[in-house]
Design a protein around this ligand. Structure first.
Ligand code: NAP
Length: 269
């Protein structure tokens, strides 16, 4: 019988997870199927119990369920620190993971950029920033966080321990000491064409990673190109966070290139 996987959230119509995971199952000739279900916070506990009772293989969670899920799952230590769950596995109870930070880490490592002992500046202190900040701190990076609401950056830095939080004005003081700049804010999304950092503020040894993947070449990455800095798009983070979930559920090596191609075709890029 087909093994069923799903992403839960609300809204859920535009999720790319079903086509991405179904392409992977098909490529590996696995008898599995992946669907999207609209589930709100109030129904999450029942949905999780139902999925487990029906023998689902695993779940992804998206907005607005990631934080709420912590109350209903056995969270792995990294997900507990991040405070959000995006992947659920049913093999041994209801286990919760967060693969967003791992997705970001793999994306950067793929580009040959080392993380250990590097000075990282994360712009933003929301959900994605939390995942990246804890994952990168664990990987030995020196983590700095700058956010529009400075208190959130300082709070996140305090939770990490060995990290520093600032307002966005820290960028004006210069990025000479920074090796990796990561945008996790929504600035640059869609047709806004905004950027929090300009080419003049960058240096050519900087690696600039924008997790916003629509458009692929955000204004921030265009500025990085102008500055002669390395620029890394957000598309592979999307693929790798899904690939890591796939690995957790199935124990199989995910077909990364096929997943990437499927997502890029769906985004028409
Ligand atoms: P979130 O929790 O809502 O956080 C949003 C962040 O953006 C906050 O730090 C917020 O600052 C900041 N922000 C919003 N508008 C701003 C503005 N005008 N100027 C400066 N800062 C602003 O969102 P999230 O879940 O972390 O997601 C953030 C972005 O990452 C989204 O575009 C999402 O699509 C993308 N993302 C990509 C991937 C991927 O796989 N590539 C994965 C996850 C997320 P305040 O704290 O001051 O409000």
């Amino acid at each position: 019988m087909k093994k069923v996987f799903a992403v839960l959230g609300d809204p859920i119509e535009h999720s790319l997870s079903p086509i991405m995971h179904n392409s992977a199952f098909e490529a590996l000739d696995m008898d599995c199927t992946y669907h999207a279900f609209r589930v709100g916070k109030n129904d999450l506990e029942n949905a999780l119990q139902g999925a487990k009772a029906m023998g689902f293989g695993g779940l992804n969670l998206t907005v607005p369920l990631k934080e709420t899920a912590l109350s209903f799952v056995d969270a792995d230590p990294l997900a507990a620190k991040i405070g959000a769950i995006n992947t659920i596995d049913f093999k041994d109870g209801i286990k919760g993971y967060n693969t967003d930070g791992i997705g970001a880490k793999r994306t950067i490592e793929d580009e040959g950029v080392e993380i250990k002992d590097k000075n990282v500046l994360i712009l933003g202190a929301g959900g994605a920033a939390r995942a990246i900040a804890f994952t990168f701190a664990e990987a030995g990076a020196r983590v700095n966080i700058a956010n529009r609401t400075p208190e959130r950056a300082m709070q996140l830095a305090a939770e990490i321990g060995d990290a520093k939080g600032y307002g966005l004005d820290i960028v004006d003081k210069g990025l000479d000491e920074i090796d990796i700049l990561i945008n996790t804010t929504t600035v640059g999304l869609g047709h806004s064409n905004g950027t929090l950092v300009s080419a003049e503020q960058m240096h050519s040894d900087l690696a600039v990673f924008d997790i916003v993947y629509n458009p692929l070449m955000t204004k921030l990455l265009q500025e990085a190109e102008t500055a002669g800095a390395r620029h890394i798009t957000g598309i592979m983070m999307l693929v790798y966070q899904g690939a890591e979930a796939f690995r957790i559920w199935t124990g199989r090596e995910p077909p990364i290139e096929i997943m990437k191609r499927t997502v890029m075709e769906a985004l028409d890029i």
